[in-house]
Design a protein around this ligand. Structure first.
Ligand SMILES: [Zn+2]
Length: 246
């Protein structure tokens, strides 16, 4: 075989491998959420009777709702978020109305933005007022869905002093992502989350001056600059980066 033919085959093989590694990822939004492999919606409940009503609307049985939420006592506290799975026919209705999640192409080892349409970073990794700021702050409206930046296992879903409601997700190669100041945490320790799956809602819990997401990417527990890992975002406004900060 000619040398040039071998080269062409090698190039084609490389392209094919790169294409094969990219997978379609769906980003949860305000209408459709994923939890434990089911599509549905996290809904704030006032009572158990409200749950029965919403479950009926979304086409699922109350037993199914209590099971996926691991609530065998069937007790719903005031203001509790409950995941209500959608039936296939309800999903078809949503699809007929043009309601769906946004698909993106992403490779296995690529982190994605934890919020949709990020235009502005209010604070980046680095020294801030003499103290080390361990992540990036993304201003966003209260209640906006916060999605897992990479698939992984939830290792912590708690209220932390300073950070407020916080979720830590462990990924391959000793990476961890952190999501803080949330107004609601939807996943718990031990849950497996897919890339793009909602984990909570933007808020301002802990020490915070307004609604925003504090997002971290750590490797071996060392906070790294998330901008080095996230897909390029043209037109992103940020005050400074660690590279040119004085
Ligand atoms: Zn922060």
């Amino acid at each position: 075989m000619k040398k040039s033919s071998i080269c062409i085959i090698a190039i084609l093989l490389c392209c094919w491998t790169a294409l094969a590694a990219a997978e379609r990822v769906f980003i949860d939004n305000t209408d459709i959420h994923e939890y434990k492999g089911r599509l549905g919606k996290w809904t704030m409940m006032g009572s158990s009777s409200a749950l029965v009503q919403v479950a009926r609307e979304f086409g699922s049985a109350p037993d199914e709702v209590y099971a996926i939420n691991e609530n065998p006592a069937r007790k719903i506290g005031q203001g509790t978020y409950v995941f209500i799975p959608f039936s296939d026919s309800y999903l078809e209705k949503l699809s007929a109305r043009g309601i769906s999640r946004t698909p993106i192409e992403s490779t296995d080892d690529q982190f994605i933005w934890p919020l949709e349409d990020v235009r502005n970073i209010s604070s980046v990794l680095g020294l801030r007022g003499g103290r080390f700021h361990s992540g990036m702050d993304i201003p966003a409206q209260r209640g906006k869905p916060v999605c897992a930046s990479m698939e992984g296992r939830v290792i912590c879903s708690v209220y932390l002093a300073g950070f407020g409601n916080t979720i830590d997700v462990e990924h391959r190669n000793n990476f961890i992502t952190r999501y803080s100041h949330l107004s609601a945490n939807f996943v718990k320790k031990g849950d497996f989350v897919r890339k793009g799956q909602i984990v909570g809602l933007v808020g301002s819990t802990g020490i915070s001056t307004g609604n925003h997401l504090h997002f971290e990417i750590r490797c071996n527990d060392i906070p790294l600059d998330p901008l080095d890992f996230l897909p390029a975002n043209d037109g992103l406004k940020l005050l400074h980066t660690i590279k040119n900060w004085k």
